[in-house]
Design a protein around this ligand. Structure first.
Ligand code: GLA
Length: 391
């Protein structure tokens, strides 16, 4: 059964009557520019054809009754319980509830009216797999509250509100990439975002090439603290290097050469982290003209370099991700393979010549399974439209 039918059926069962609205928001995959969004760099994600769906109606009161279909859990909270993160009985909210509640909180902070709703949501974006399942939940609820509130904001503003919810309400200090891709995705297009100016444009997907996602089936734990630590290292590098570079705002502001000249000033670990960021920003700069002229060979090489840098310098890879990337990189038709998103576990992204795609999926899957005993999911993905109200 497809997800929209699942959420509609469950809505009717629980609340009686049909939901007034349906909305959805996709997950994302990032091709290049990893761990640079919070360093004012450039990112190259695409929204994907996996999404969180919601069926909802106004509750007619301040009370929200939400059903997380995939967890088989229900939460009830009033709008007044949102600042204290407590549900209708005064108990602390479950973790999953903080994503919708955080959206309601961040929207209200912006002065946008938030109405109580009855809702069922479900997703086929795998959780904890670095495909932005959280951002897709945030953007889905953002669209839902927009429909009920009768106001309209730009997708980029919705993304910023989602980031605020995640930073300040959920406590994950993420950058803007995931919410941006989920809100602003376009069918069959890659997105190129300047994370400093927030200007973006789209680029065509290279023709004759498939984007293939390979899910190691290993899920990350403790990502939040490791992620927040990486971010602190970048801030520390900027702070120390600003002794040499007047008015240095972020690692985007120094070139690779400038960085190497003063890299010794930084403590060992901070130096490795910052070296990844400075080089990765340079790689995305190089990638843009390559993509524009359809030089997939060179673009793929940058993806492979990115993986090595995430593994050796930023240290956010993991044994299964390394294996998945290593196996893929030597398969026929593979231009580039690397871990995507926050890291530690989850998925790799692969650029593969279309005519080799099916063989690539099969062989990669078999080899990974043989070496790890784990069952991976390897599939061709499509670039999809960003969050929207379907009805
Ligand atoms: C997570 C964050 C993003 C980004 C990536 C790494 O997905 O939510 O903001 O920093 O990690 O590129």
């Amino acid at each position: 059964m497809d997800i929209s039918q699942k959420v509609i059926d469950r809505f009717e069962q629980r609340f009686g009557g049909k939901p007034e609205h349906i909305a959805l928001a996709p997950g994302r995959v990032n091709l290049l520019g990893e761990h640079v969004d919070y360093n004012d760099g450039f990112v190259l994600p695409a929204a994907i054809n996996l999404a969180t769906w919601i069926a909802f109606s106004p509750s007619g009161s301040e009370t929200n009754t939400l059903i997380a279909f995939d967890l088989n859990e229900e939460a009830v909270f009033d709008l007044k319980g949102i600042p204290s993160k407590t549900d209708a009985t005064g108990k602390a909210m479950a973790d999953w509830v903080k994503y919708p509640a955080g959206m309601a909180w961040a929207l209200s902070e912006k002065g946008l009216s938030v109405q109580g709703m009855n809702a069922v949501f479900a997703s086929d974006v795998p959780r904890g797999a670095s495909l932005s399942s959280s951002a897709s939940v945030e953007m889905t609820f953002g669209i839902a509250w927009q429909a009920l509130g009768g106001w309209t904001i730009k997708p980029m503003d919705m993304a910023l509100i989602g980031q605020r919810a995640e930073n300040q309400y959920v406590g994950m200090n993420c950058g803007i990439m995931d919410q941006f891709a989920s809100a602003c995705g376009e069918k069959d297009r890659l997105l190129l975002l300047d994370c400093r100016s927030l200007e973006y444009r789209t680029l065509p997907l290279p023709s004759d090439v498939s984007i293939i996602i390979a899910d190691t089936s290993v899920r990350r734990t403790l990502l939040g603290s490791a992620y927040n630590n990486r971010r602190k290292s970048c801030e520390e590098a900027v702070h120390l290097l600003s002794a040499k570079f007047d008015g240095l705002k972020s690692l985007r502001d120094i070139s690779v050469e400038e960085f190497e000249k003063y890299a010794d000033m930084l403590p060992q670990e901070t130096r490795l982290r910052a070296r990844h960021v400075v080089n990765e920003i340079e790689r995305t700069n190089q990638a843009i003209p390559l993509l524009e002229k359809g030089d997939v060979d060179s673009f793929g090489r940058l993806m492979n370099e990115c993986h090595a840098s995430l593994r050796d310098l930023y240290e956010v890879s993991g044994p299964e991700l390394d294996l998945m990337a290593r196996l893929a990189q030597v398969l026929p038709g593979c231009y580039g393979a690397r871990q995507t998103g926050g890291g530690f576990a989850g998925c790799t992204v692969n650029l593969v010549e279309k005519e080799h795609s099916n063989d690539f999926c099969r062989i990669l899957s078999d080899q990974y399974k043989k070496q790890t005993g784990l069952e991976p999911a390897v599939y061709i993905c499509e670039a999809a439209r960003g969050a929207f109200l379907l009805k």
